[in-house]
Design a protein around this ligand. Structure first.
Ligand code: ADP
Ligand code: MG
Ligand code: MG
Ligand code: MG
Length: 416
């Protein structure tokens, strides 16, 4: 079907249109047995489950516009191409972390992949107060492996430059991030919305020159520092979990950018889930232990990231930077260690800066998070959100002043 011109899929025509594709038939069985459901709950794309006699697969198809907004906001189909290419690289760099890929059709902007089941979106699980073993370790490792192995620390120069050029084409999705994340929260942008009780703090943030400069410094880092291939949209709605497994989905925002962007966005979403807990508690105080568990996951993400980054630095530094010929081979192994510590310190500062900005944009800009949105009582919602805004400001502006995650988590607990 790749010769045909693009047409959005529908549940009632899907078997007819995709029934001849071997890769799908092999996993699902005869198209006569297919049951198709649309399950997409994301902001941008169509997602279908095909259930058949032999099994199930996911079909994800880009729309020529933003699903959340409609046809008034066109968005190119080629984001499916970037998502597919990012998934291929993530699967190679951290095997098992992303859904297995079965088929890609560029003209139809369509990826067919493994149906993760009984997995649910992590955001939902965090609202229900469920715990998942190894969550922080799996996510920290995913960050370390994909970010290290997509960078000049690991890749050969020609391959890395080819990938940099390829993903530089993901212009429109970068443009969304550049505006929605780094600028819109700090002025009265058209698509912004926020809980009315936040008006006073929003006015304060928009008048906060140091904060606006910090946000633009982080935007400059995002736009200018092509350090590695990012997932680009690594929030808790891009993670699926079961009782025993954690997987990452939805890298259509993939672009070359600074390592701290993925880690900071991820951590921000846990910290917002932390502040949202009172709004989901069965009784006042009932989520106190669970809140501590969320903070322990944040701690584990950074600890695992830095351990795994260190392991890879010592064992896989095969790219164009900090070569062993300059250090270990001359008996200066300590020099490579010093460089590693300095690089990790820079990633740490970036992480906190991006984390703080993400906490603002998910509360004030276009795309909010379910953890906050689903708090029905407006006053309690505003109270939870305001704490996140205060922490976000402290992290973004003070990103150079935190000596480790314990200080960050201590501050998070104090804002009440
Ligand atoms: P969008 O880019 O529109 O945000 P996502 O890739 O996040 O789309 O998918 C939207 C939803 O579809 C997810 O929240 C999840 O519920 C479901 N989904 C996506 N991929 C899978 C998968 N491989 N297995 C199971 N469910 C999936
Ligand atoms: Mg998504
Ligand atoms: Mg989404
Ligand atoms: Mg997406």
């Amino acid at each position: 079907m790749s010769d045909e011109s693009y047409e959005a899929l529908r549940p009632d025509t899907l078997a007819e249109r995709l029934g001849a594709i071997d890769a799908i038939r092999k996993r699902v069985g005869d198209p006569a047995s297919w049951q198709v459901r649309e399950v997409g709950d994301g902001n941008l794309n169509l997602v279908f489950i095909i259930d058949g006699a032999a099994g199930s697969v996911i079909v994800k198809q880009a729309l020529p516009y933003v699903r959340l907004v409609g046809e008034a906001w066109p968005l190119p189909l080629r984001r499916a191409f970037f998502e597919y290419n990012a998934l291929v690289r993530q699967a190679a760099r951290d095997p098992g972390a992303v859904p297995e890929l079965f088929h890609f059709d560029e003209a139809q902007a369509m990826v067919v992949m493994e149906f993760l089941s009984p997995h649910v979106i992590l955001r939902k699980s965090l609202m229900e107060g469920r715990r998942h073993p190894d969550l922080g370790a799996v996510l920290g490792r995913f960050c370390a492996r994909t970010l290290f192995r997509g960078s000049d620390l690991s890749m050969k120069t020609a391959q890395r430059k080819a990938d940099l050029a390829l993903f530089a084409g993901n212009v429109e999705l970068c443009d969304i991030t550049e505006n929605l994340v780094f600028s819109d929260p700090y002025f009265a942008a058209e698509m912004n919305h926020h809980t009315p009780g936040l008006d006073p703090i929003v006015a304060r943030l928009r008048a906060d020159i140091d904060l606006k400069i910090a946000a633009q410094h982080m935007k400059a880092a995002f736009a200018n520092n092509a350090e590695t291939l990012l997932h680009g949209d690594l929030h808790t709605g891009s993670v699926m979990v079961s009782d025993s497994e954690t997987r990452v989905i939805d890298p259509e925002f993939a672009t070359y950018g600074p390592m701290g962007f993925d880690i900071g966005m991820l951590i921000a979403n846990f910290l917002m889930a932390y502040y949202a807990q009172p709004g989901h508690a069965e009784a006042p105080g009932a989520r106190a232990d669970y809140q501590e568990w969320i903070l322990s996951v944040v701690d584990e993400i950074w600890a695992t990231f830095s351990d795994e980054f260190t392991r890879l630095w010592r064992s896989e530094r095969t790219g164009i930077l900090y070569q062993a010929s300059l250090f270990e081979d001359q008996g200066h192994g300590f020099g490579a260690e010093q460089a590693r510590i300095e690089r990790l310190a820079a990633i740490w500062r970036d992480t906190l800066g991006f984390c703080g900005i993400e906490m603002h944009r998910r509360t004030l800009s276009l795309a909010h998070i379910a953890e906050y949105d689903q708090i029905a009582d407006e006053a309690s919602r505003a109270a939870c959100e305001a704490r996140g805004l205060v922490l976000g400001r402290a992290l973004a502006v003070g990103r150079a002043n935190f000596n480790g995650m314990a200080e960050v988590l201590g501050l998070a607990r104090q804002i009440n």
